[in-house]
Design a protein around this ligand. Structure first.
Ligand SMILES: O=C[C@H](O)[C@H](O)[C@H](O)COP(=O)(O)O
Length: 241
């Protein structure tokens, strides 16, 4: 017994992940996301390398993903060698299906994830179908990464934007630190009707490094659920099967 609760959506996450992993072609430089769905992507890419001879290199979005990629034997690269990536594949906490805007960062990797997504020509999001929302902010807080110095001031300014703000902590009460050694403020805004305006307001707060609203970045979302796989493209096309 590991004591871990089984994830009821695991099979859907794996289906979406394996579908997306097929987008990786020989010679690509690929961004590898973070989280339970991205983990399936990294595992599938490792399998394709070993069994199909796929050749590619990757930049991971977190220390955890880097460790998994190394275990899989995936060759890692750097932004010095690849300032632009062919493709990035990552999970999401919320997907708004019309714009493909997202909330990300429940796993705390939002800063590196956004840098990698911004560098990628194609940004493919993988998730189980429970992540769809009519408005961002409906299912989960928007994480905001802030520098530790003066975090209370940044938190007060986030609250002034209408959020209920809580610094992310571990179960033992200590502050959660990101891979970049910053803090996360989890901000409950409720349904967000103008994410672009909110994004600008959050960026205007001194001490904020990044936030978990990923706007106008995803080129495709691939979700899996009881109805099968659904692919949404930013151009508006949609396939189900
Ligand atoms: O920081 C974490 C990331 O943004 C994840 O990609 C996101 O939280 C989705 O994770 P999961 O695939 O575990 O639901």
């Amino acid at each position: 017994m590991t004591g871990q609760t089984p994830d009821p959506a695991a099979q859907f996450k794996q289906q979406a992940a394996e579908y997306a992993a097929a987008f990786v072609k020989d010679g690509m430089a690929v961004g590898l996301g973070t989280g339970s769905t991205a983990k399936f992507v990294v595992a599938e890419l490792g399998r394709r390398m070993r069994e199909e001879g796929l050749r590619f290199c990757a930049i991971p979005t977190s220390d955890a993903t880097e460790a998994q990629a190394r275990e899989e034997g995936i060759p890692l690269t750097t932004f010095a060698q690849h300032p632009y990536l062919d493709l990035a594949i990552d999970g999401a906490d919320e997907i708004e299906p019309v714009t493909l805007n997202l909330v990300k960062g429940r796993g705390g990797a939002l800063l590196r994830e956004k840098i990698v997504a911004a560098a990628a020509k194609q940004f493919v999001v993988v998730a189980d179908a429970s992540k769809y929302v009519d408005h961002l902010g409906m299912l989960c807080p928007v994480p905001v990464e802030v520098v530790p110095f003066g975090w209370e001031s940044a938190a007060a300014r986030l609250a002034a934007l209408g959020a209920q703000v809580a610094p992310r902590k571990h179960a033992n009460g200590s502050f959660y630190l990101t891979d970049e050694k910053n803090l996360i403020m989890d901000c409950i805004f409720g349904p967000i009707t103008d994410p672009d305006a909110l994004s600008r307001s959050i960026y205007a707060i001194v001490g904020v490094i990044e936030h978990g609203l990923f706007l106008h970045m995803a080129t495709q979302t691939i979700t899996a659920g009881p109805e099968g796989i659904k692919v949404l493209d930013v151009s508006g096309s949609s396939t189900q099967g």
